[in-house]
Design a protein around this ligand. Structure first.
Ligand code: AMP
Ligand code: MG
Length: 399
């Protein structure tokens, strides 16, 4: 038997290809439209953030030197959004969180550490510290500073940060165009009745929605029958796509016409990966368009998309860090007979320990729907309860 390829070898090969074919075209989109997109240009601060020193607390602002142990009269009240007058020396200012510090003040004391005297002046009940509770001008970012790198995937936090810097639009990488092919004579669409031997096409929904979450423009070609003529016509009709993603029929078995066509009129590499599920993976080109062929079994398609196709697409978008984060969590199970492939099992974390779903069949989606993530069990290794195992939360994969 040929040596199996490790997940890392396969991923490195895919990432290398992806790095060579990064998408270079960008477009400008409004901040409100940029969720899930990838920055095509670095974002530099257009202003100092915050633009002026302000108070981190509700309390009193003063010049530290003016505090000599006697109460200070209050000379003004400063709310967030107002423009204060310079601080009169020997006084303090009532100030609220986020309000600008008056010129001359350098310290804020929180109201909990003060007492109002009968004449309205403020007594400080604790020792003050110079500069305390002041957010300095430019403390988060200074004008011109690099704030978000090119290749950053934009989510709620990044968009909020860009907004805090006054960005109106962002330059993002254009959406990758992905043609999605489901293959197999047995596949029917929900809505039409099942005949003998037929099943509903689930991978189409798995992959189309996942691709869209990754910011891809999906060209969904639906089901291709196991018919070489039709498959060739569909392949030839694909224009301007960045990736052809296929599931099922991609090995070179008798009815695996897609694999056969790719082998005869393109380049085809069939990988046998040392992972379970998801052993067969096809990496090909058809008329210069990259093709990734995922196995047909739904849980295999899920694992290989998440661990290989997703990083590949993210890298084509220009993202550097594309490998999902894994946490070490103690096992709440025992595995006495390890196999020779690394196993990815549907798992949940319950009270800080990893439990496995009882059904790990690659044909089954219910266990994945139940799971919070995949536990990664190394080949040839016995696992005892309490032993730490790598757990990849689905939030790291399906985002
Ligand atoms: P294949 O890779 O074509 O040999 O298919 C392997 C298994 O996955 C078979 O049981 C197929 O019926 C099933 N399968 C293939 N494509 C899909 C799909 N799009 N949705 C659900 N199951 C599929
Ligand atoms: Mg098939």
């Amino acid at each position: 038997m040929a040596k199996l390829m490790t997940l890392e070898e396969a991923r490195e090969a895919l990432l290398l290809q992806a790095s060579r074919e990064r998408l270079t075209t960008s477009e400008r989109v409004a901040l409100g439209e940029a969720d899930g997109r990838v920055l095509a240009e670095p974002l530099h601060a257009a202003l100092d953030l915050p633009p002026w020193p302000n108070s981190a607390m509700d309390g009193y602002a003063l010049r530290f030197e003016d505090w000599v142990g006697v109460p200070l009269p209050v000379s003004q009240k400063i709310f967030a959004g107002s423009a204060p007058a310079p601080l009169q020396s020997g006084t303090c200012a009532r100030i609220f969180t986020g309000a600008p510090l008056p010129e001359g003040a350098d310290t804020v004391e929180m109201q909990e550490n003060t007492r109002l005297a009968a004449d309205g002046s403020v007594e400080f009940t604790e020792a003050l510290q110079r500069g305390r509770h002041v957010r300095p001008r430019g403390g988060e970012a200074q004008t011109g500073e690099l704030v978000l790198e090119r290749g950053t995937r934009l989510g709620p936090v990044e968009l909020a940060l860009a907004a805090s810097l006054g960005a109106v639009e962002l330059a993002v990488v254009r959406r990758p165009r992905v043609a999605l092919l489901s293959t197999g004579d047995e596949l029917r669409e929900p809505g039409s009745p099942l005949g003998p031997g037929q099943i509903y096409n689930s991978n189409r929904y798995l992959l189309a929605s996942w691709l869209r979450r990754l910011g891809c423009a999906v060209q969904d070609e639906g089901v291709l029958a196991d018919d070489p003529q039709q498959i060739r016509e569909v392949l030839d009709s694909l224009k301007d796509v960045d990736l052809i993603l296929a599931t099922g029929g991609v090995s070179v078995g008798e009815a695996d016409y897609l694999g056969q066509i790719l082998q005869s009129s393109g380049e085809l590499t069939l990988w046998k990966l040392a992972i379970k599920p998801g052993k067969p993976l096809t990496c090909a080109r058809y008329q210069d368009t990259p093709v990734i062929g995922l196995p047909g079994n739904p849980a295999s398609a899920l694992v290989t998309f998440g661990l290989l196709a997703r990083p590949y697409l993210l890298r084509r978008l220009g993202i550097e860090r594309v490998i999902p984060l894994a946490l070490e969590v103690p096992a709440k199970f025992e595995r006495s007979r390890p196999g020779n492939r690394r196993e990815f099992m549907q798992a949940r974390v319950v009270e800080g320990r990893v439990v496995l779903h009882e059904n790990q069949s690659s044909a089954v989606l219910r266990s994945a729907a139940w799971a919070d993530g995949l536990v990664e069990l190394p080949e040839g290794q016995v696992i005892l309860p309490g032993q730490p195992v790598r757990f990849i939360p689905y939030s790291e994969l399906i985002d």
